[in-house]
Design a protein around this ligand. Structure first.
Ligand SMILES: [Zn+2]
Length: 254
C-alpha cells in the first residue's frame, strides 16, 4: 500500500525530531535517577547549577563542541547524554529501514519508550510505572489501528506476560529467599505483550533471556570476575531488546 503524503510528512518530522527526543529522554532519565522532578523546568548543570543556554542544549553537537564539559564550571558531562541521543536516532533509523512506513511512527514511539525505560533501569534498577503504562496503552492503541480483531489477543498477552513474570518472581523468592525479579519487569513484559501479542511474548522472553546470558558471559570475561547467582543486573533492557526485535521482525517460529 503506497504511503499517503501526510503519513510521509509525519514520518519525516519524527525522524528529524529523533535527536531532540533522545535529548529529552537523557535529561528525563538523569532527573529521575537524581530524584528530581521530570517536568519541563529548564535544564541546569548538576555541578554548578547554572541554567543551560539554548546553544548548550543541541543534541550531540553541544556535547562534542564542549568536549563533554560544562561551559561554566568545566565539570564533566555524563557520556550517557550523547549515547542516549545516538540511541534515539538509531531507533528511528532502524525503524525506517526495517518496518513499513505505515507503522514507522508507532515503531518510533515504542522504541523511544523502551529506550527511556532501559536508560532508567540501568541507572536506578527501577522501571517507572508511568512509562510502562504509556507503553501498554500505546500498544493497545496501535493494535486497534492495525486490526480491531487482535485487541482481545493482545490484552490477553499483556495479562499473561505480567502474570508469568510475577509467578517467576514469587517462585524465586520462595526458593531462594531473596528478590530476583522486580515487579517493574513483569509490568514491562505485560506492556510489551500489548504490542507483540501472544506469539510474540515467547519470542520476546527468549531474546531477553538469551541476550542477558550472553551479556553476563561477556561482561564476566571482560571484567575477569566470576559469575555468581546473586549478581544484580537490570533485566529491563534485555526485555526491551526482546520486545523491540519481536515487534520489528515478527515473532520467532519455534
Ligand atoms: Zn557547571
Amino acid at each position: 500500500m503506497p504511503l499517503s503524503a501526510d503519513t510521509f510528512t509525519i514520518n519525516l518530522y519524527m525522524a528529524l525530531a529523533s535527536p531532540v527526543v533522545g535529548s529529552g529522554i537523557a535529561a528525563g532519565a538523569a532527573r529521575f535517577a537524581n530524584g528530581a522532578s521530570w517536568d519541563f523546568t529548564p535544564s541546569t548543570c548538576p555541578a554548578c547549577g547554572r541554567r543551560l543556554g539554548l546553544l548548550e542544549l543541541i543534541p550531540l553537537v553541544s556535547w562534542a563542541a564542549q568536549r563533554g564539559k560544562c561551559r561554566g564550571c568545566s565539570a564533566p558531562i555524563s557520556r550517557s547524554y550523547p549515547m542516549i541521543e545516538l540511541a534515539a536516532v538509531a531507533v528511528a533509523l532502524w525503524a525506517w529501514l526495517a518496518t513499513p512506513g505505515s507503522v514507522f511512527a508507532a515503531t518510533c514511539v515504542m522504541g523511544w519508550l523502551l529506550l527511556a525505560l532501559s536508560a532508567i533501569d540501568i541507572r536506578t534498577q527501577r522501571l517507572p510505572n508511568v512509562l510502562n503504562l504509556a507503553l501498554a496503552l500505546s500498544g493497545i492503541a496501535v493494535t486497534a489501528m492495525i486490526d480491531m480483531n487482535l485487541i482481545v489477543e493482545h490484552l490477553a498477552a499483556a495479562a499473561i506476560g505480567y502474570g508469568a513474570l510475577v509467578a517467576v518472581e514469587v517462585a524465586y523468592r520462595r526458593l531462594r529467599g531473596r528478590d530476583g525479579l522486580g515487579r517493574g519487569d513483569s509490568k514491562l513484559l505485560g506492556a510489551i505483550g500489548a504490542w507483540v501479542g501472544l506469539q510474540g511474548l515467547a519470542a520476546c522472553l527468549f531474546v531477553a533471556a538469551a541476550s542477558a546470558i550472553v551479556f553476563i558471559l561477556v561482561a564476566s570475561r571482560v571484567r575477569g570476575t566470576e559469575i555468581r547467582g546473586d549478581m544484580a543486573i537490570a533485566f529491563g533492557p534485555f526485555l526491551a531488546l526482546g520486545g523491540w526485535v519481536t515487534w520489528v521482525y515478527g515473532p520467532l517460529i519455534f
